[in-house]
Design a protein around this ligand. Structure first.
Ligand SMILES: [Zn+2]
Length: 137
């Protein structure tokens, strides 16, 4: 299954370095106690860059909604169609969300509201991406 190979920039490099170590880190402002994703140069609340750090989170969360991509525009993903695209919110901060294809969950069978956990898929040697899978009861 062809997957997107991430191309980190200076701002996102710590995020992708952590993913390659199978860890999820989110930018955190220690002054505001605020997580933010995607990473930005400054805190979205206090506008300061000085108190931003990378905080490791559990990667546990839940699915709030999902659609099935049947006619997407990304050529490299066409062979995968149809596939799930689920919106995942982190337990640590439901305001932080990610899209996931929910590997292991059949198309059109995404359980909205279900708990998910992060998994890491190797898309190239030593290069991982983050995905989520439904936690079985
Ligand atoms: Zn702040």
């Amino acid at each position: 299954m062809p997957k997107v190979i991430p191309v980190p920039d200076e701002l996102s490099k710590p995020f992708w370095d952590a993913v390659n170590e199978r860890r999820l880190v989110i930018q955190n402002c220690t002054s505001c106690d605020l997580l933010q994703y995607p990473p930005r140069e400054t805190c979205g609340k206090c506008r300061s860059a000085e108190n931003l750090e990378w905080k490791e989170v559990s990667g546990k969360g839940y699915v709030s909604s999902a659609i099935v991509i049947e006619d997407g525009r990304l050529d490299r993903r066409r062979p995968d169609q149809p596939y799930n695209l689920a919106l995942v919110h982190l337990d640590e901060d439901p305001g932080i969300n990610f899209y996931s294809n929910l590997p292991g969950t059949p198309v059109d069978e995404v359980p909205v509201g279900a708990a998910v956990e992060i998994v890491f898929e190797e898309v190239a040697p030593g290069q991982f991406i983050h995905e989520w899978r439904v936690v079985s009861e």
